[in-house]
Design a protein around this ligand. Sequence first.
Ligand code: PLP
Length: 437
Amino acid sequence: MRMTTPSNSKPAGNEPFKITPAERMSRLPTYLFARINSVLYQKRRAGEDVIDLGMGNPSEPPHELVIEKLVEAARNPLNHGYSQSIGILNLRREVAGKYLRKHGVRLDPEKEVVVCLGSKEGFSHMCLALMGPGDTALVPAPYFPAHVFAVALASGNCITLEVADSDKFLANIEYSCKHLHPRPKLLIINYPHNPSGVTVDPQFFVEVVKLAKKYGFMVISDSAYADVAFDGYQPPSFLAAPGAIDVGVEFTTMSKGYNMAGWRVGFACGNQEMLKALATIKAYYDYGMFQAIQIAAIMALRNTEAAVESQAKLYQRRRDVLCEGLRRIGWDPTPPRAGMFVWAKIPEKYLTNMDTLQFAMKLLEEGGVAASPGTGFGPAGEGYLRLALVENENRLRQAVRQIGRCLDADTKGSTATKNVVDDGNAVADSGKSTSAT
Ligand SMILES: Cc1ncc(COP(=O)(O)O)c(C=O)c1O
């Protein structure tokens, strides 16, 4: 058989074989967390204790009933074949049931619910199904990086709009629609918002639907933190707004409230045409989720709502401990009413000779605390630090002490503060890694 030389490689010789990734790879923004991750990894390898408040990776396991169901389902030989790419009907029914109970939203589980391998997979493939060269998406700023990466990988452009003030956000959507040609094709919204913790009330979504209908854009609502809310606040569903199902879909996940991040269970619900497009793309890429996981997910949705509520209370207590601690060392964080993060403005005096990334590196290197620099979520995050509530209360108190000491040492002219765990109650490091999650 005659072999041809691949177009991207030189004929055999002494030169190294050249790998040429596709052009779309170069469209991905720089991954700002890489440096932090690498230092964190080195510290861990050197046996140092690092308090990791970087990633929104839950620290508790799923409910025991759910694990038992997974084991039982894994023992059934019938559950080991390829499953349905859009998820088994009983799981889709359970998701529809939760929407009805929680939000009064009636969904057809046959056509209006798709199971995804985590919501990130779902919305990334949804962007691939909806966007192409020349298309523009409006994305909140600061942004959850995957929202921007998903649009970039689909060859679309992103326009970021500041999310802090919801009325201004709505006004900016309208302004963009009036002045951009062609008009934006897609709006991505994310409430409770990661990283800023901004939340909205139901009327906000009513306004979004009105704008979508007026200007003809589709909507993806990412509601990853819908199950983690505090002080009696209930994050509303976009799909509960009248007419929302005509213009958009909503993604939810079992990663956060159910502590099932590694299981990769997410859902897309809403507009049938959009879901059909997602299902078509998914059918080319995956064969669906391991059926035993889907069965255990049904058990979780049906029987562990009380555990989801107590998990949220745990995050609420951690929020209070962290915010109180930060206040004691002179910061002024706004306690979020939902989500897994405190989005704290770094006191300006610390940023006179360094930027936010350098500040986060300093806390890690000298203070032994990993947190996400705000700029990892785009330029709108400059001046902020995102701290995840994924360590226990004692470790959070310890983290604040270490941050305080590290910054104190600086103002007293000392060079570095050694990270020593001096709290007898602090527990062992959990071995997680920091990233933009
Ligand atoms: C805003 C937001 N959306 C989606 C995700 C991804 O969740 P999943 O685990 O369902 O892919 C995350 C994860 O941190 C997130 O913060």
